[in-house]
Write a protein that binds this ligand. Sequence first.
Ligand code: SF4
Ligand code: MG
Length: 336
Amino acid sequence: NEEILSVNNLHISFQTQTGAVKAVRGVNFKLNKGETLAIVGESGSGKSVTAKSIMRLLPKHNTLIPQGDITYEGRDLLKLSLSDMQKVRGSEISMVFQDPMTSLNPTMKIGKQIMEGLIKHQKMTKKEAKQRAFQMLKMVGIPNAEERLDGYPHQFSGGMRQRVVIAMALACNPKVLIADEPTTALDVTIQAQILRLMKDLQEKMDTAIVLITHDLGVVANMANRVAVMYAGEIVEQGTLDEIFYKPQHPYTLGLLHSMPNLNASRSEPLIPIPGSPPDLATLGTGCPFAARCPYTMKVCHDFHPETTQLGESHSVSCWLQDVRTPAEHVPEKVRS
Ligand code: SF4
Ligand code: MG
């Protein structure tokens, strides 16, 4: 397991008119070569902010990163000059967004858009870039790829546009692909096709993927490892099996119980997690999940839980798993 990217003790705040919003609070994770790490959580949990920070795409005027580093192949991306960062974006780390039009220029031919980065960052000739663009469109399953190079984004369907964006993102053969809800806007059939495509390309090109999603079905299909985010923190992290079959954080349990397709064969009823995430501007000192957690103890309100390592790959931030919590405080349901 060779590590390619690591995010260490990352804190991100946004200045707003009413004060600082601490959107990401002490996030840690690693990405190994060729693997898929899913970051899962409700909207507003800090998933997209974390993803964008890796690409340095957060708005400059109101973003503060008071602590942490993002290390890619030994270099802290947060410390790179803008021009060095642009090189990283054009050839090492690529990003795909939920809405393909975020990445596409509506007034430029598809082929030209794919070629641009190749000419600029890969120093390809026009001819080489065109050949590569054609090859990529074919690879992502665009029919009549040669003609389609001359098409404009509006001439493609939503699913085809997302294929084009994936072609564009992978044309430079990046080592890391960050995909933020890449299939959320697509209907279910197309969604499955795009996920399949991403998986195939990942195998061919040995790309590591950070997959941001709120959909545990997508996670089950794609991920090797999973990080569960809540209120700007990773509350549990582990292999796919650890998260799905041995979840330890009450929030992870809640997410799993609220997933219809994963529960279809179970006898337990679907239970949505009651309540809503806390206001990040007024968060107290305790566990951020305390107001919604069915197991809250006094200590949870007073002190923030530390991260407990449950195994080599599995960790959780919850007082229930902390050895200092007296056994009699832990509900029987959790102990057994
Ligand atoms: Fe629930 Fe306490 Fe664990 Fe937070 S620390 S998830 S409130 S049991
Ligand atoms: Mg998001």
